[in-house]
Design a binder for this molecule. Sequence first.
Ligand code: PLP
Length: 432
Amino acid sequence: MLYRSTNHQSPLVNFREATLKGQPDDKGLYFPDKIPVLAEDFIENIIDLSEEEIAYEIIAPYVKGAIPAPDLARILVDVVNFKIPVTQVSKTISALELYHGPSLTFKDMGATFMRLCLEYFLQQQDKRTIVLEVTSGDGGAAIAKAFYDMDGVEVVILYPAGKINMVQEKQITSLGNNIHAIEVEGTIEDCKAIAKQIFEDAALQEKFNFTSASSSNVARWIPLQFYYFFAYKQWIDKVEPPAIAVPCGNLGNLSAGLLAYKSGLPISHFIAACNVNDVFPEFLRTGNYQPKKIIPTISNALDIGEPINLPRVIEIFNADINEIKKVITGYSITDAETKKAIRLVYERNGYLLDPHGAVAYVAMQKYLHENPDQKGVVLKTAHPVKFFEVVEPVIDEPGPMPSSVELELEKKKIYRKMNVDANVLKEFIFSL
Ligand SMILES: *Cc1c(COP(=O)(O)O)cnc(C)c1O
């Protein structure tokens, strides 16, 4: 499989190069040159396959030429190693629980796969690799957990001081070793601006390999397809495929689901669930992409004004906006609606949603109201404990606290404080 750039100005590369480089030089995103089509009997017989077998079948064509079959099979054993159940919440809505991995969000699957690919590709590399990541919380936590203790890889995570919540912060700052947590006295935009300067620094580029571990990296993006297939396997009502609601920020999760759909996974409809940061629903409505300033909300992983994976969504449908509209409906959900859903679903169904799952839940309710013959699966992207500051006042009682999180909260914070100054960060990275 070869990957081209969504900006069409960079040469084709294989999976190895795309993973190590992260982003093509023309600032587009790597995209599979041909989307694989699954054999029909694969879907028909999916019920008889293990999760590992499903994952293998999906990803093998994407890594062809870069990872030989036995090595890929070995890698997948460590990727598909936590449960991903579909739980019935109400009569028409189920939840696909993606939060049983190490950092308690869906991001663990992609982060773990990327770590194992990097480890595999870097075996004969003498230069060290720097993974530089700007995070509003969950992405940094997933990468910290997944990349901890890697040989030859230093992970530098920038986060805005006071803007991430307690569990996220502890997951990023309690590890140490090759995980370097940098608390920046500024906003997420300041963090991004510093990172950009680092990526453009010739001397640093000379000394290290740099890569990005955000969902722009194919090794983190492509494996997100797996759980859409796992959901389908558990979908008993096979007469009609489910509608799927995805809480959307940078559109990595949604675009991976669309890739699965293009390959032949039966899904009746996609619901793009956004909070009031509604760039994508607006794009669906008008056909125009208009970046916006971020409005802070309680579902802060969705507080995105320039969704980085939008070009992939467009590419999957060959830029046919009418086709995109046929497959995806977008909704923009307010904080008040989100809180109300957390409270009501807890009271009536005994099920606790995190704010992101709640945004998807409300969007699904709206969609089902307009399409009463359908049934839906909501992607529950985070464990509620990651957002207990939001959830507990809403339900007016303490939420569940896994013992692993309790232990983590007691750990010492290992981090560096920095002002918004790229030169200080440059010096620090040079010293690694
Ligand atoms: C990152 C994140 C999202 C958004 O996913 P994208 O792929 O950026 O659209 C949704 N929910 C949670 C909990 C997240 O951490």
